[in-house]
Design a protein around this ligand. Structure first.
Ligand SMILES: [Zn+2]
Length: 294
């Protein structure tokens, strides 16, 4: 928050930002936001086929990329388990739009993330696998999921995994005005608090991956950063096989990769243990996103 940005650091920060913008301009703005698929599990409002990539306004690309590449990270304690890793974190400036597409690190770490909007049944196997393997993960819950499945929500809380917001009812945020966005965020915060979960801020995953400059700014105003993904497993698709999900992750693996999966995916529940074994064999360890700070 602002108290961490003291006046005498401001010139340095501005210089850093300037140089980053320059680097981005010089190196071209390609890849970070490229993707061919979205978060479309949708729950009550699913519209499979929504393509997140088409919904990102062009004018967000520079600021979004800058936020994924700026500023040397701090080193902080790893979350929740004994995995010998550190997650770089940064002091976020209040009101500054920010998005993570990867965990900003060169180390071989991967962040497993699970979105939940409906069908908690596979969740319990997923949690059991995470526990038996000692792997932390990050969960993004809709308010409706919290309302409908309080026991499932409590089991995530009790397991100690950080929980971010996935909105209240999984709408496309680019189609909401500011007050509707705030309402979506607030209702989910209150529902999580009612079950004793920690404040989800700053972690927010946009439904369908849909966001633009205005949405990112409104999220920032409300204390959130957008957590996008590096690897989309498409595990919500009924026809995806467990081995396809596993292979997608292994093929696209990179340091700091954020992997998008869903608590409602039986295929993911089935393959998760094998996948974790594979990732460990590749030299990767696991991080939760709790170290991404406001
Ligand atoms: Zn979703």
């Amino acid at each position: 928050m602002l108290h961490r940005l003291t006046a005498n650091r401001l010139p340095g920060l501005l210089l850093t930002l300037l140089s980053i913008v320059l680097v981005i301009l010089l190196s071209g703005c390609g890849g970070l936001l490229d993707r061919s698929s979205g978060d479309t599990e949708g729950g009550r409002v699913a519209e499979p086929g929504t393509t997140a990539g088409e919904q990102v306004a062009e004018d967000t690309s520079t600021s979004v990329q800058a936020t994924t590449t700026t500023a040397p990270p701090d080193t902080t304690e790893p979350p929740t388990t004994a995995a010998p890793t550190t997650v770089p974190s940064r002091d976020l400036v209040a009101g500054e739009p920010r998005e993570y597409v990867t965990v900003p690190t060169e180390s071989p770490v991967v962040a497993l993330t699970f979105d939940a909007a409906y069908d908690p049944a596979p969740l319990f196997q997923i949690l059991a696998t995470l526990k038996s393997t000692g792997v932390p993960a990050t969960f993004f819950l809709t308010g409706e999921f919290v309302e409908d499945f309080p026991e499932a929500t409590r089991s995530i809380i009790d397991a100690g995994h950080p929980i971010g917001s996935h909105s209240y009812s999984h709408p496309d945020f680019t189609e909401l005005d500011s007050s509707a966005i705030r309402d979506q965020l607030r209702r989910t915060e209150e529902l999580l608090a009612s079950l004793g979960a920690a404040d989800p801020r700053p972690l927010f995953r946009p439904p369908f991956g849909a966001r633009n400059a205005r949405v990112l700014q409104e999220l920032a105003n409300q204390g959130y950063v957008s957590v996008y993904w590096t690897i989309d497993t498409l595990d919500w698709k009924p026809e995806r096989t467990p081995s396809q999900i596993r292979q997608t992750v292994l093929d696209k693996l990179q340091p700091g990769a954020i992997v998008l999966m869903h608590v409602g995916s039986r295929q993911t529940a089935e393959i998760l243990s094998r996948l974790i074994t594979d990732l460990k064999a590749e030299g990767y360890s696991f991080v939760a996103l709790s170290e991404i700070k406001r």
